[in-house]
Design a protein around this ligand. Sequence first.
Ligand SMILES: Cc1ncc(COP(=O)(O)O)c(C=O)c1O
Length: 553
Amino acid sequence: MSLLEIALPAGALALAAPMIKRRIDLSRAKHRSLAGHSRMAKRLARWLPGYAYEETEFFACDGAAPEVVARRRAAFEALAAGLASRHPKTLAMTAQAREGLADLQFTGRYRVPFQFSPIVSERLKVGAFVQSADGVTLTDLDGFRFHDLTGSYGVNVFGVDFYKACMAEGAARVQELGLVLGAYHPCVAGNIQRLREISGMDEVSFHMSGTEAVMQAVRLARFHTRKRHLVRFPGAYHGWWEDVQPGPGNPLPPRETYTLADMSERSLRVLRTRRDIACVLVNPLQALHTNRVPPADSALVDSGRQAHFDRAAYTAWLQRLREVCTERGIVLIFDEVFLGFRLAPGGAQEYFGVKADMVTYGKTLAGGYPVGVVCGRHALMQRFRADRPADLCLARGTFNAHPQVMGGMSVFLERLQTPEVQAVYDGQDERWNARARRFNETMEREGLPMRAANLHSIWTINYTEPSRYNWMLQYLLRWHGVALSWVGTGRLIFSLNFSDADFDAVQEKFVRAGRDMREQGWWAPVAGQSNRGIRRSILREVIATALGRRPGA
Ligand SMILES: Cc1ncc(COP(=O)(O)O)c(C=O)c1O
């Protein structure tokens, strides 16, 4: 063998070594869980065979004693009958709408783990219509009032009456202009000014939804850095645009998205060493369930849900992230669509004391109207290059800066500056932490196996004893008058106008629903049951279904 023949492969290897190392670093920076392995999760989701529990198994899948099973069955039937007779009009309209509304069919199917879903959605009907809202309550078509913990997907920060006023006043403000697009209503100038002050950024752009705002922020980051990849963290929701949803839920997984472990040194190393990363997207809500998908009761197959917020640790992580992004010229984007204006008037940037390069807002910002906003430094917000006139970053939208949306936003931002609204923020963190402590002490005293984890006014219920039936709690809460969104006890969203008395009333409803859970047998202890045992038994069911050995497939 000639010297050249020996030297060539060795040289190639030496050249490839850094690339291989970077690839290995990337793999090691993924979180061990499925949430950290989007492609694998997606493949698994495609493979996972569907099956459903028939009547007997539905009530006895944990092997509970016959007496417990009988109690569960009787309670389930009584609850179904009770809901049907208490909400006839609401349920009739829901049934009618459901036929033609794909969204309702989707949410109806994903309220509980899929094995239970057919029987639950057929018998335990839940209304999707409300006629009015005020204070901290919603009233359905039958005149029944619920405490509202849906929070309108996070839009409702200051209470429904606040938004009614913003919407009415905002609409009146732009009435004379009506529908004129392209030219702006004068209130837009004020909105720009206020958003610049709040975000500490130079420029803003208006969009119709949070999803669009995120798309635009990432597109701009790619345009200006001339790099392709975006980094996101496991489980973080940034809307339903392809590139921010690499896992299940998106038919076409993106190629240019890295999902790296949250709060991890290895992820920082990847950011420090790779040259293809345009931006890092942070949804600060992930601080409550780091490296996990957002909790929903459809995934509540056991009691393994764990949510926990450590403000100091998350702050330290954001600071590190900031440093690395600055060092490497990576655009740090805070996606504050959900949390913006809730934690502090200056949003998550103010709350965590860390400044991003771009911030996206949405939800609450237009006082109840649909909106998305990007705020960023001048150099990042530019959509063209002065020296390359054909090299653009195109982003338009017919309804961007729609007069009514801008009117609602101007009222919202004006009110935000008033001493009354500024005062609302005072002591909220302490208030919600104290309420969560009180809630947990009460549940402990009552011997009820549920505990709240909270980030400010956003709560998740964790469960402390293994059970296959925790998802029933959302229906019993409903029975006692608590409205939850379709993700159930995974996300409770309180508006900041909940008084102590309102909160106590909600807590009391949780106690009553919890007692029902116990009495009706849903939380009946089953000898030898553990979360791991539950997951194993589900795995056995799945495998049997895949092999065609299970009825109900
Ligand atoms: C953090 C975050 N980003 C983006 C979005 C998408 O916003 P929209 O639903 O307005 O498209 C959401 C929605 O929940 C969100 O929570």
